[in-house]
Design a protein around this ligand. Structure first.
Ligand code: SAM
Length: 495
């Protein structure tokens, strides 16, 4: 259920000297040929290491306090601190990401030592267990001049002393803690991955690369790559997605050419492949049923060379508004938004059998995006929501299927790794809708590399460990030509 392009996290070595060295976050300032030049309007002086720690505490406290996803909290935090230098921003982001990725393990240590699981205690534990700081070094970072975290008290000092000499992992830790797997997802993920469970869970703990999609309405991938290389950005063509570019190390988004002007979009390679499976052709009529902020709509519009019509539907007005802004920036002229009151909005009935292609990028547990949204696994609603989500997906799929014309195509996708939301969901749909049949991936997208196309299920089934992408599932389902055409279709798409 990732809705924002999450900020790329990388593990922190906090706080290291700026401007070089293999442990320094790869921010613009630390790129070999990019000397430290603060952004115009940025604070002229860098933050002290202690002030960066306080910023991490402010941010993690805010993440703990609100029910909003961490990426939204982080985006708001930095919006309110526009003058922060890129290097400071990067270091704060990296350490916050690391704390989120180690949440269960740090919590386990605090519980074992009878301490409360607070952002401050987790930070203290991180500094000793992961960064191997001696208690006296930690103490120097706390209680200093202006902007530093509060001085350590006796309880803090006792905690540091008890943690000293240990590392983040401990032989007594249960596997679920070591792999940061919440209880609600343990059984379904074990069932899904079998012997590969630990490998996949480890991959979900690895900070993701930054994936971009070149908007072919405005630019060609080769030209964008050449431009990035001229700027010494570590960019490479994606291995699987033909319009993709991968940047394997984190960097400040302000340095990325083409982002503000819509020549490139941030989009995971897996997400790009899902849009590709829609197979939309110039001139087609396409419905993107759960379009959200339009990530896949944009990719589909580019596939269609801006010709034909795409209706981006969603129940969230805010997301559709963001989608419309992105369409403008990307030079997309063939997409419009349609706010639905629910999946059974009257608009669906009015446009029965009106579309060549329908994409259902269903709301889901988001388990495939845990690399990018490390906090998502601990959100209480995920714990309670799997059954309700599966029921909602079934309703959305059944309703959206009505839009597909005979001979047309329905693509059902999730960013979930759970069979309940993926293969089992599709099996139930097919059993109830005999007019639809699955199209094997190698037929739906013959140019996919064999390691992607050859999944025994016949569906797209990407995982971080096997493909280096977010976890994605997609099934391509064609509606038979001979399926009797439903009664009159009124209006044009979007009306
Ligand atoms: C996985 S997100 C979509 C992401 C989007 N396709 C993209 O590529 O950026 C799922 C979307 O489904 C929408 N949604 C939730 N319930 C819905 C419903 N009943 N009918 C249609 N859309 C729904 C959510 O608002 C959310 O935007």
């Amino acid at each position: 259920m990732t809705l924002l392009p999450a900020l790329p996290f990388r593990e922190s070595r906090f706080p290291k000297a700026r401007g070089g060295g293999k442990d320094t976050p790869l921010r613009p300032e630390s790129l070999p040929s990019a000397p430290p030049t603060p952004r115009p309007g940025a604070d002229p002086l860098p933050m002290t290491p202690a002030a960066r720690l306080q910023a991490v505490l402010d941010l993690t406290e805010e993440i703990d306090r609100t029910a909003r996803p961490a990426d939204a909290v982080i985006a708001a935090f930095f919006r309110a601190r526009r003058r922060m230098q890129d290097d400071d921003r990067g270091t704060v982001l990296d350490l916050t990401g690391a704390l989120l990725r180690h949440r269960a393990r740090l919590g386990w240590w605090l519980d074992r030592l009878g301490q409360s699981d607070t952002p401050r205690n987790r930070l203290l534990a991180w500094l000793v267990l992961a960064e191997r700081r001696r208690p006296e070094q930690v103490s120097r970072l706390f209680g200093g001049p202006k902007g530093a975290p509060a001085t350590l008290d006796e309880g803090d000092a006792a905690l540091l002393a008890k943690l000293r000499g240990h590392t983040v992992e401990h032989p007594d830790m249960p596997e679920a803690v070591r792999l940061e797997c919440p209880d609600w997802a343990l059984a379904p993920l074990r069932r899904r991955f079998g012997e590969a469970f630990a490998t996949e869970m480890q991959a979900l703990l690895t900070p993701p690369p930054l994936d971009l999609r070149v908007n072919t309405i405005k630019a060609a991938r080769d030209a964008v790559l050449r431009d990035m290389k001229r700027r010494d950005l570590p960019a490479e063509a994606s291995e699987i997605a033909p319009e993709g570019i991968r940047i394997a190390q984190s960097l400040s988004l302000s340095r990325l050419p083409g982002l503000k002007t819509g020549e490139v979009e941030i989009q995971d390679e897996g997400s790009q492949l899902v849009a590709r499976l829609v197979g939309a052709r110039p001139g087609d009529r396409v419905a993107d049923f759960c379009a959200g902020a339009g990530g896949k709509t944009l990719a589909i519009a580019a596939q269609m060379q801006n010709r034909g019509r795409i209706v981006a539907c969603d129940v969230s007005e805010g997301r559709l508004k963001r989608a419309a802004e992105r369409f403008r920036r990307a030079g997309v002229h063939n997409a419009e938004t349609r706010l639905l009151s629910s999946e059974t909005d009257k608009w669906v009935k009015r446009h029965k059998a009106g579309f060549d292609r329908v994409l259902v990028d269903a709301p889901c547990s988001g388990t495939g995006t845990w690399r990018r949204n490390p906090d998502a696994r601990w959100r209480p609603e995920e714990e309670q929501g799997l059954e309700a989500l599966v029921a909602l997906q079934a309703r959305i799929l059944a309703s959206a299927a009505r839009l597909v014309k005979p001979g047309g195509r329905l693509v059902y996708a999730t960013c979930s790794l759970l069979e309940e939301e993926n293969g089992a969901q599709v099996a139930a749909f097919l059993a109830a809708h005999p007019a639809f049949h699955p199209v094997p991936l190698r037929d739906a997208a013959p140019d996919l590399p064999p390691e992607v196309a050859a999944d025994p299920s016949g569906y797209l089934s990407l995982t971080p460990a096997r493909h280096g992408t977010d976890g994605f599932f997609a099934a391509v389902l064609d509606r038979a030509d001979s399926d009797p055409a439903p009664t009159a279709v009124t209006g044009t798409p979007g009306s």
